[in-house]
Design a binder for this molecule. Structure first.
Ligand code: GLC
Length: 515
């Protein structure tokens, strides 16, 4: 069991602390661990929710997970019924504008098997949410968030730190809400090492799967030496003769959820479950599907200052300006009546790129323009770059990750294509709607739950390239009927994708867990 050394809480900025050598920081005199009182004060008014995640906007983002952590936490805090806090690793890539504002709270040492690692704690409050950042330069002073040979060790340290900082902060959450495999060990350690201590015994664990494809799988040899899990708990994390951290979290948590009701059904099926369907079915009684929301203030055609011009659901005249400026910027002919079909996506197979590559040349024979934005597999990047050279007047391939350009594309195009093979939730189809750009999606996961045919978009069921092309052509054809199309744009733009509904569903799930 990990022993904890703590220091007195001092206010120092991240900048100041960074100047001190690690050894000097480590040698701070140990102070008494404050006596935990939270466990006995269960009657406090606000429920305490602790998010454990590997990324969150606005600090660090590689995908939809970060947006959900950033926007759901502030939506819950805004209800004033929850004390919401979030723990993240202090990656060196965290934006400097924020990093410089963080306050240093103190440090302690975290044991993991034979390791004994420095754990600094920084904090920052944003939109009523208290963020904590776990500092350890050995693990997190590297470019990016993931993709290192020792990711298992990095996130084991992170998860262990989450439990170790609780006495230091004197904060024991009612619900510890862990997201994806990187935070799975926090739920596992709670049940294997910590819940026997009085102050931890009331903490309930919720585990949310944002994408079942990434499970955190490691050799069983690492069970004790790396993950510090006792042999008699092997059965919790073992799956197919390996350690599977996502499986372990599902077994250990009180409830688990995924990011849309349809995906919650789909992952019981081997086609979607990447091998975990049996575990999902066995634990079905604990499973919920809650559709993500988006930050509908951040994504607003009225206020977004990245756009060439602003417009609203009631007056879309300036959307034409966004379109013609986009065409100009991307060197496409400025044709107001030619529909622009766009994709903002990682260029990987499960996003439906196989369907697109199969029929795009057929589509390009029609009076359309196609705009692609994203990076991914080399063969897709090469395919679209080559196509752009062959059809310079019809297709623009932008093989980059660029937030500013993505917003210009969402607002300047007419149709947004998202034909994913599987999609736990998907946020882009909702963002497209916010900019009155009509999504064409495959009926899977959150795409099925958020886009309703002719209400706010077009859908097709089978993972079939010509089914997709048929529906796309139907949209292109309907686009010519300006009156009907304007009504469709209006309905899409006013669809409520805020967190209002979904945050309530999380609330009722938390309360159910606390009964
Ligand atoms: C993952 C999923 C995506 C989801 C996002 C946020 O990136 O692939 O579908 O929208 O997480 O939950």
């Amino acid at each position: 069991m990990a022993a904890t050394k703590t220091t007195k809480t001092t206010k120092t900025t991240a900048k100041e602390t960074a100047k001190k050598p690690a050894a000097a920081r480590a040698k701070k005199p140990a102070a008494e661990v404050k006596k935990p009182t939270a466990a006995v004060k269960r009657v406090e008014e606000k429920k305490k929710i602790l998010f454990v995640a590997s990324e969150a906007t606005p600090f660090i983002a590689t995908g939809g997970l970060a947006e959900v952590i950033g926007s759901l936490s502030s939506a819950l805090a805004a209800t004033d019924r929850y004390d919401v806090r979030v723990v993240l690793p202090l990656y060196s890539d965290i934006k400097k504008e924020y990093r410089d504002k963080f306050s240093y709270l103190g440090n302690l040492y975290v044991h993991l098997a034979w390791r004994n690692q420095y754990c600094g704690i920084f904090t920052y409050v944003k939109d009523g949410v208290t963020f904590y950042f776990i500092d350890n330069e050995f693990y997190f002073k590297r470019p990016g968030c993931y993709g290192y040979y020792d990711d298992g060790e990095r996130f084991a340290f992170f998860s262990r730190s989450v439990l170790e900082i609780m006495p230091f902060l004197n904060f024991y959450p009612d619900v510890m809400h862990c997201h994806d495999w990187q935070a799975a060990l926090a739920a596992i350690y709670l049940k294997t090492n910590y819940c026997f201590r009085e102050e931890y015994q009331y903490i309930r664990a919720l585990f949310t799967i944002h994408n079942i494809e990434y499970q955190g799988q490691y050799s069983l040899d690492l069970l004790c030496d790396l993950f510090d899990i006792y042999g008699h708990y092997k059965y919790l994390v073992e799956y197919n003769n390996s350690i599977n951290l996502m499986k372990g979290a599902i077994e250990c948590c009180e409830r688990f959820s995924t990011v849309s009701p349809t995906y919650a059904q789909e992952i019981k099926d081997p086609f979607f479950a990447h091998g975990l369907d049996r575990i999902i079915r066995n634990n079905e009684f604990k499973l919920r599907g809650i559709l993500n929301g988006i930050d509908d203030i951040g994504y607003s055609c009225e206020h977004d200052n990245h756009l060439f011009a602003n417009y609203s659901a009631d007056d879309m005249s300036n959307k034409a300006v966004c379109k013609s400026e986009l065409q100009k910027m991307l060197n496409l002919p400025q044709k107001p009546d030619t529909p622009i079909i766009s994709m903002v996506s990682r260029l990987v197979s499960h996003k439906g790129l196989d369907l697109v590559t199969a029929v795009i040349e057929e589509l390009l024979q029609d009076d359309v323009q196609v705009v692609i934005l994203g990076t991914g597999d080399a063969h897709f990047e090469g395919f679209f770059s080559d196509l752009a050279r062959r059809y310079p007047d019809k297709l623009s391939a932008n093989i980059v990750f660029n937030g500013d350009l993505s917003r210009k594309i969402y607002s300047g195009s007419d149709i947004f294509l998202m034909p994913s093979k599987s999609e736990p939730c998907g946020l882009s189809q909702m963002i497209a709607c916010r900019y009155a750009t009509i999504p064409v999606v495959r009926e899977t996961g959150g795409l099925y739950d958020s886009i309703k045919p002719l209400q706010n978009g077009y859908t097709f069921a089978n993972y079939n390239a010509h089914d997709m092309l048929y529906v796309l052509r139907q949209a292109v054809n309907d686009y010519k009927n300006k009156d009907e199309w304007s009504k469709l744009m209006h309905r899409a733009a006013v669809t409520d994708f805020s967190w209002r509904h979904s945050a309530k569903e999380y609330e009722s799930l938390y309360l159910e867990m606390l009964k």
